[in-house]
Ligand binder design. Structure first.
Ligand code: NAD
Length: 485
């Protein structure tokens, strides 16, 4: 029988500190709702600033023993966490689908990705080597890679479990302890993950979770005893986190938004291009920082590509995530209102509404897959991150114009080129200002691939071996070997 909220949910939820759920020191509670119905799922104790203090103190206390645990043992524990996630995959995927709204197939893929993060970094645990620096024979210089200590992690609501695992796995494998704050509309999977980590043998205090909104988020990012911060979310909140971090000189990794260009050249395989652009904007109801927000299409193939994209939008089936449709609802009411407001702005502009544009009647936060064509590259629709199933299509006349439009935004997270001319595709890919560029596909790469932005899209890289750089700092030891007579 498929898991239901009743069969998955715990009796009560609050901060998960030192290996157990605790009541909050404050008296705030909040409710997480099913975005397909707007009905409450469960009520949680919100972590207060005092709870954050407590979680950070516990993480700090656990840090010396955890960093001195043999690396191969840390790796074995991470492997067991991956196995435990897989053993509970069905429950976790249903939980994520109820809480976030995403189709079950996508939730299952997120859960498998979460397991992969622990498995992948487990293999790196005993290979985090330093160097020996060549010098003259009278000295020895060696470097080692040391954990920072306590890692504070602030997580958004679009991939709640997957992004928690993306930060927690490399942090703990590198010997750090963690205090994570999930988003207030999707707190459940991170809390369940903390329980599963404990079940897999992660010592108490190594991974703590403080659910709630901006109060625990701000308390965590301003905390004196947090040694490194990982933030994924909007530019505005990222700036606030960075400002707090400046006061305590704490390093930050920021994964922020995107307004990503997908360029379709005249020689592209048009079916392939339309498939990937549709997938890139309608997956997870467009709530993906790396989505195909802007399709830049050469004028000679413009109508053909638009026809294909409109057909894709119109054939996309909407429904509650647990029924596994093509597309689920938006995650929460305020975001739903924000996406509808962008659609209104599009209607009021000179752009043409080519598909969708309406909320679905009835309960839940459903918005039709929407396409605006002939969008002015300088308009709000083409410049600001909508973070919903709203594609803007922009024509261009030649390669130079395509690159100019592609780069003329504040963001630089992902971008892509569709072309069967390998020289053209690669030379254009090199000119797109983005941390990740796809050629003839979208969402390329996986757990093993460094991911992050340039410009306003962020600082640092997550995923791949490069992510470990955010959780390790170099120590240099110099030794005098000069034997004076
Ligand atoms: P958000 O910035 O509103 O919230 C992100 C997190 O920050 C949440 O946990 C929130 O509770 C917390 N927060 C809120 N106020 C805070 C404060 N003052 N101090 C500290 N923490 C605070 O972002 P969101 O709306 O949850 O997520 C959507 C945004 O995230 C989009 O812009 C999207 O592009 C971006 N995002 C980026 C990536 C990436 O990898 N680059 C991934 C997912 C989402």
């Amino acid at each position: 029988m498929a898991p239901t909220p009743d069969s998955i949910l715990y009796d009560s939820y609050g901060p998960h500190i030192d290996g157990e759920f605790v009541r909050s020191a404050g008296d705030d509670q909040f409710t997480t709702t099913d975005p397909a119905t707007g009905e409450p799922i469960t009520t949680l104790d919100a972590a207060s600033a005092d709870d954050v203090d407590q979680a950070v103190a516990v993480a700090r206390e656990a840090a010396p023993e955890w960093r001195s645990t043999a690396p191969d043992e840390r790796g074995r524990i991470a492997t067991r966490i991956a196995d435990t996630i897989r053993d509970n995959a069905d429950d976790l995927a249903h939980l994520e689908s109820y809480d976030q709204g995403k189709p079950l197939t996508q939730a299952r893929s997120d859960v498998e990705g979460a397991a992969r993060f622990f498995e992948y970094y487990a293999g790196a645990a005993d290979k985090l080597e330093g160097n020996q620096v060549p010098t003259d024979e009278d000295s020895l210089i060696v470097t080692s890679r040391e954990p920072y200590g306590v890692s504070g992690q602030i997580i958004p609501w679009n991939f709640p479990l997957n992004l928690t695992a993306r930060g927690v796995a490399p942090a703990i494998v590198a010997g750090n302890t963690v205090v994570a704050k999930p988003a207030p509309t999707t707190p459940l999977s991170a809390l369940h993950l903390a329980e599963l980590c404990r079940e897999a043998g992660l010592p108490d205090g190594v991974f703590n979770v403080v659910p709630g909104g901006s109060e625990p988020g701000a308390a965590l990012s301003a905390h004196d005893d947090v040694d490194a911060l990982t933030f994924t979310g909007s530019v505005a909140t990222g700036q606030a986190v960075m400002e707090s971090a400046a006061k305590t000189i704490t390093p930050v990794t920021l994964e922020l938004g995107g307004k990503n260009p997908a360029i379709v050249m005249p020689d592209a395989d048009l079916d392939e291009a339309a498939f990937w652009i549709g997938t890139g904007i309608f997956t997870n109801a467009g709530q993906i920082c790396s989505a195909t927000d802007r399709a830049l299409v050469h004028e000679s193939v413009y109508d053909e590509v638009v026809d294909r994209l409109v057909a894709r939008a119109e054939s996309t089936e909407l429904g509650p995530g647990v029924d596994d449709p093509d597309m689920g609802p938006l995650n929460h009411e305020a975001h739903y209102e924000s996406v509808l407001e962008y659609i209104d702005a599009g209607r009021d502009s000179d752009a043409t509404l080519a598909a969708g544009g309406e909320p679905l009647e009835g309960d839940g936060y459903f918005v039709e897959p929407t396409i605006f064509t002939d969008v002015d590259p300088q308009s709000r629709l083409a410049q600001e991150e909508i973070f919903g199933p709203v594609l803007t299509v922009i024509p261009f006349a030649d390669r130079e114009e395509a690159i100019e439009i592609a780069n003329d935004v504040d963001f630089g997270l992902t971008g892509g080129v569709f072309s069967n001319d390998v020289k053209q595709a690669l030379s254009m890919a090199r000119r797109i200002e983005a941390g990740n560029v796809y050629v003839n596909e979208w969402f390329g790469g996986s757990v093993e691939t460094p991911f992050g932005g340039v410009k306003a899209s962020g600082i640092g890289r997550e995923k791949g071996l490069e992510a470990l750089d955010s959780y390790l700092q170099t120590r240099t030891i110099t030794v005098n070997l000069d034997e004076r007579e």
